[in-house]
Design a protein. Structure first.
Length: 1043
């Protein structure tokens, strides 16, 4: 097999040497295609991640959480739980709302799952209460966060007018831009037509509220009226029964029993007003609306942002934005994405320059350096072409893959050029001699590339979040390495046979003398090592044992934290705090933030939160989104800023309010179904027992270091009015519970009965009792019912209902159709997730759970454990496949065993680097170690092959080891140092976005650096132990010696 491979390589190199123009033109075509493809690649921060999750949202305003759970959530869970391939169902139920999440395995076609779930939801909809709004179902994708958000305010317009202008005019300018999926408006006050009837006036005329509602729905409508068919045409009919103005609506005639009628404005007050204010939004201290620009899933983030900015500039230039309206950005993803990508590009370029500088120092010849360096741009362009064909995006993973591989790209060309040059120095300068020289190292190049690929390609077949996140990085590195191999076998021989000269510069001679001196010193060192072999493996084994705790300790995390300067602050108040009271407390926190010099912008929502298409209303809650200035413009990290702000807020002593701050996670990545780093879930039937267990868990977890914002879901409570019906009294008066509920709903929320159209937009028409009839509990007791069985005489609600003010759960969570309470916390930056989870397990170990209750991890811990198990398997598989590739190449098991035994010792360097820099073990580190398995063997391969060759030429074993070690010292040093130099910018981790791949680069740089010592000292000793002094010629050595 080796002979066939070698001849093929010799043929390819020989053809290239004879056709230099053709090879050069092919290389030029690749560069042109690469530049063309690069201009068309989509740009984003991370690869496109498709999360296997579907959400169903249901709304029934005013309904308590316990009632929603009983009437809606349980039923929907039962109906949707049989959706095909679903692995988990979770839900969250609050006042007037419920959300059911369906989770599927990674790799599931989420569009098929959405169609299946939608069909089941349609069937279930017919059995749900009539009062609920139309349920919505959609793919839940955390990567689909708004690409840009703007705050909009006006010095002249009232909130209703401003909201109407944004809805009707401004937002529409953006929805047709390339790559824009939606322009969502949040905040402000929405127009609403309210009809406030006078109950006593209605009763005096023998009317009920239902009579008024019936008159509205029957007379204010637009319906089809069939078709008129003539001999020549068919014309559709339409009844235009809608009132065209609020004034016209006021004249609506309501029929009376005696045949006369009364106009609507005689029995009700008609207001052209707005919906109740439940959210207050401010941007940088100014009351404002929010406009969120949502990009399409495959859109270029930077391009979309540029289109939006250009449209905004055009609107200003055309005078289409009134002078009284101020618009300013509060969030722009493209800024961070652009900075992160620029830093990645800089890492690629600087890594290439460093690698080429190392090559020049070793070679001392500019021509040879440029020939070797030609592999980098051409391989990169090949990679861009393949990225375009594979529909990959330009992101920090693909660019990071190039930054990681840029030093590796010259390894093959170094080996090829050095061997050709060595033959030329020996007087073999013909084209045939160059082809023979190329054939000598073909097997080494093929083996090196094969081991690199064998270690990392299995990653492409891995599912789950780990596989999705790093797949494009692996593809990029693999494509670049394969391209560099082809370049080494074609372009390098073609150029070397014509460009290289035998002249040596003074610098070159100095380099040669320095290397020769180093070779002589190294030769003496190896001779001494072979004479006293046994201490060497013992020292390396001792270092490996000493390093092992680094990889098995709890100091592990899933992914590094990216410092994009985004901080989320949440305020949760006591249940009885009103919106006004909460907003006063928010203003105090807001003032502290505005005083901080590291803050770029602050976006505040009192009364809940607004995020893109999602919103939640809760009077006793508030959220603040803080954007710090760029990392390069501040002296502290985002976590340090949080610590500083926490101390300032604590000094304010905000009564009845908890303040929680956390650094926002990596945008577009969810490591669990929980929004928090730490999630301990306790499952059981009774809410009170769950609440007690949660409180006990929180008390225990307070002793854990490295967590903040410790909370539990059942502590979020809301005030609730509990109406206890006197059934005997109600029955005697001919009133049932439904009558009471209708009266209360009309008093508290009102009822949207139809809509009103003006200017092409629809506005709700709501019928409700006047505010003065429902301002407090006593007012509610005075609400009147007019039962016909009582001669339409008024019955006060207080006569048949007892009102109690109670507290009820703000949110009820369920998992696998059972109630849970969730204890959550966020991780303090710098504390490894694994270590914190170990502490939590220890403090909760002796907590006794009643029968029927259980506890499990619902946060990122599950993903961490899955990732550790997966990468452990991949690491073993990488070692096995590397061994298989070498066994095929060598047609022997002994030499591959010599080489593979040296691989684990690179972990010593990895451990040293992580401990030196204070980095925890993470998924990028494990990926780096998997890549190392394919890289570190290259030095050993080069050394062992030449030892074999020297023995076949008649040298004894130890003599061959010493000779090979001296001769191969230069290429070993060159390939190692160029790879390390190429990755050094990424390992240093300068600038935004570098945190993601810095641990991977650190692992490879330190591991590869130490593996050079392993290859130079340990591999010769292992070889001497496993290889007898006299041996038969191997198949590979035969092919090399006869080439």
């Amino acid at each position: 097999m080796s002979v066939q491979v070698q001849r093929h390589g010799a043929g390819l190199a020989g053809w290239s040497i004879k056709h230099p123009v053709g090879v050069s033109m092919i290389a030029l075509a690749v560069i042109v295609l690469g530049v063309f493809t690069l201009s068309r690649l989509s740009v984003d921060l991370l690869p496109r991640l498709i999360y296997p999750e579907i959400r169903v949202n249901i709304s029934d305003p005013g309904v308590p959480a316990l009632v929603m759970e009983d009437r809606v959530t349980r039923f929907l869970e039962e109906q949707l739980a049989v959706t095909e391939d679903m692995v988990s169902i979770q839900s969250s139920t609050g006042q007037g709302r419920a959300a059911v999440d369906l989770i599927f395995p990674y790799g599931k076609d989420i569009d098929v799952a959405l169609r299946d779930a939608s069909t089941r939801l349609d069937r279930a909809r017919r059995l749900l209460p009539d009062t609920i709004d139309q349920p919505t179902i959609f793919k839940r994708d955390p990567s689909q966060i708004p690409v840009m958000q703007f705050a909009i305010s006006s010095a002249l317009r009232d909130p209703v007018e401003l909201r109407s202008w944004v809805d009707d005019v401004f937002a529409n300018w953006f929805i047709n831009l390339p790559g824009v999926a939606a322009a969502e408006v949040g905040g402000g006050l929405e127009r609403e037509i309210q009809i406030l009837p006078d109950p006593m006036r209605l009763a005096g005329l023998g009317l009920e509220l239902d009579d008024l509602v019936d008159a509205l729905t029957r007379n204010h409508r637009e319906d089809p009226a069939g078709r008129l068919r003539t001999d020549r045409q068919e014309i559709s009919g339409r009844i235009s029964g809608r009132f065209e103005s609020v004034e016209a609506l006021s004249g609506l005639a309501i029929p009376l029993a005696d045949g006369s009628s009364v106009s609507l404005d005689e029995v009700a007050l008609i207001l052209d007003t707005h919906k109740d204010e439940r959210l207050r939004i401010r941007a940088n201290g100014i009351p404002a609306l929010q406009l969120s620009i949502q990009n399409q899933p495959d859109a270029n983030t930077i391009a979309v942002a540029d289109h939006v900015q250009a449209r905004m500039q055009w609107l200003r230039e055309q005078g289409l934005i009134p002078a009284d309206i101020a618009i300013y950005p509060i969030m722009d993803q493209s800024i961070y994405v652009r900075q992160a990508l620029n830093n990645s590009v800089l890492a690629v370029i600087s890594g290439a320059l460093l690698a080429m500088s190392v090559v020049y120092v070793f070679l001392g010849n500019l021509r040879r350096t440029l020939i070797i360096g030609s592999a980098i741009p051409i391989a990169v362009m090949v990679t861009f072409v393949l990225m375009g064909l594979g529909n990959l995006t330009l992101n920090i993973m693909t660019l990071g893959g190039l930054a990681l591989g840029v030093g590796m790209l010259v390894d093959n060309t170094i080996v090829m050029l050095e061997n050709i040059y060595r033959h030329q120095r020996e007087g073999e300068s013909s084209q045939e001699d160059a082809a023979n020289a190329a054939a000598e190292v073909n097997s080494a190049i093929l083996a090196s590339t094969s081991t690199n690929l064998a270690a990392i390609l299995p990653f492409l077949f891995v599912g789950g979040l780990v596989g999705l996140l790093f797949r494009e990085l692996i593809i990029t590195i693999s494509a670049a390495v394969v391209a560099s191999m082809v370049i080494a076998l074609t372009l390098v021989p073609a150029l070397s046979s014509r460009v290289l000269t035998h002249k040596t510069s003074r610098f070159r001679r100095w380099v040669d003398r320095s290397i020769e001196a180093l070779q002589s010193l190294y030769g003496r060192l190896i001779a001494g090592v072979l004479k006293y072999r046994w201490p060497v493996p013992l020292v390396f084994i001792g270092l490996l044992v000493f390093s092992a705790p680094t990889f098995f300790s709890g100091a592990q995390t899933f992914l590094p934290t990216l410092d994009d300067g985004q901080v989320d602050i949440r305020l949760i108040g006591d249940p009885d705090i009103t919106l006004d009271e909460m907003d006063q407390r928010v203003l105090k926190v807001e003032a502290l933030i505005h005083q901080d010099e590291d803050v770029a912008s602050v976006f505040v929502v009192s009364g809940g939160f607004v995020w893109g298409r999602s919103s939640r209303e809760a009077a006793n809650q508030a959220s603040l989104s803080v954007q710090l200035v760029a990392l390069s413009e501040r002296d502290i990290t985002a976590q340090e800023w949080i610590n500083r702000m926490n101390r300032k807020v604590a000094e304010e002593q905000l009564a009845g309010v908890q303040v929680r701050m956390r650094q926002r996670g990596i945008r577009g990545i969810r490591t669990s179904t929980s929004d928090d780093d730490i999630s301990v879930r306790i499952q059981g039937p009774d809410l009170d027992v769950l609440d007690q267990l949660a409180r006990d868990s929180v008390e225990r977890m307070n002793a854990v270091e490295g967590i903040q914002n410790l909370a539990f879901s059942s502590e979020e409570q809301v005030l609730e009015l509990d109406f206890r019906v006197d059934r005997e009294r109600a029955v005697a008066l001919g009133i049932d519970v439904q009558d009471i509920n209708a009266a209360l709903m009309m008093a508290l929320e009102g009822r949207v009965v139809t809509d009103f159209y003006e200017g092409g937009r629809g506005f709700d028409i709501r019928v409700r009792l006047p505010d003065h009839l429902a301002q407090d509990v006593q007012d509610l007791e005075s609400v009147m019912l007019f039962p016909s069985s009582n001669g339409r005489q008024p019955v006060y609600l207080g006569d048949i209902v007892r009102v109690e003010l109670t507290k009820s759960p703000g949110t009820i969570r369920r998992d696998s159709q059972m109630r849970i309470v969730e204890v959550t916390a966020s991780l303090v930056a710098g504390y490894p997730l694994g270590e914190v989870l170990q502490q939590i397990d220890q403090v909760l170990a002796d907590q006794r759970l009643p029968e029927g209750y259980s506890r499990f991890d619902g946060g990122a811990g599950q993903t961490l454990q899955e990732g550790q198990r997966l990468t452990g398997i991949l690491l073993l598989l990488a070692l096995f496949l590397v061994f298989v590739v070498m066994a095929v190449q060598y047609e022997s098991l002994r030499n591959p065993l010599v080489i593979i035994l040296s691989v684990p010792f690179s972990a010593i360097g990895v451990a040293a680097g992580l401990n030196l820099l204070g980095m925890p073990i993470s998924m990028p580190v494990w990926l780096g170690m998997i890549m190392l398995a394919g890289i570190v063997v290259n030095n050993a391969i080069v050394l062992v092959e030449y030892i074999e060759l020297q023995q076949d030429r008649g040298m004894r074993r130890d003599e061959a080891i010493i000779a090979a070690a001296r001769l191969r010292l230069r290429p070993i040093l060159m390939t190692t140092m160029t790879t390390v130099a190429g990755m050094l910018p990424l390992a240093i981790g300068i600038g935004e976005g570098s945190e993601m791949l810095q641990p991977l680069a650190v692992a490879i740089v330190f591991g590869l650096s130490f593996s050079m010592l392993v290859g130079l000292l340990l591999v010769p000793v292992i070889y001497s132990y496993l290889q007898p002094s006299e041996r038969r010629t191997s198949a590979l050595a035969q092919t090399v010696s006869t080439a």
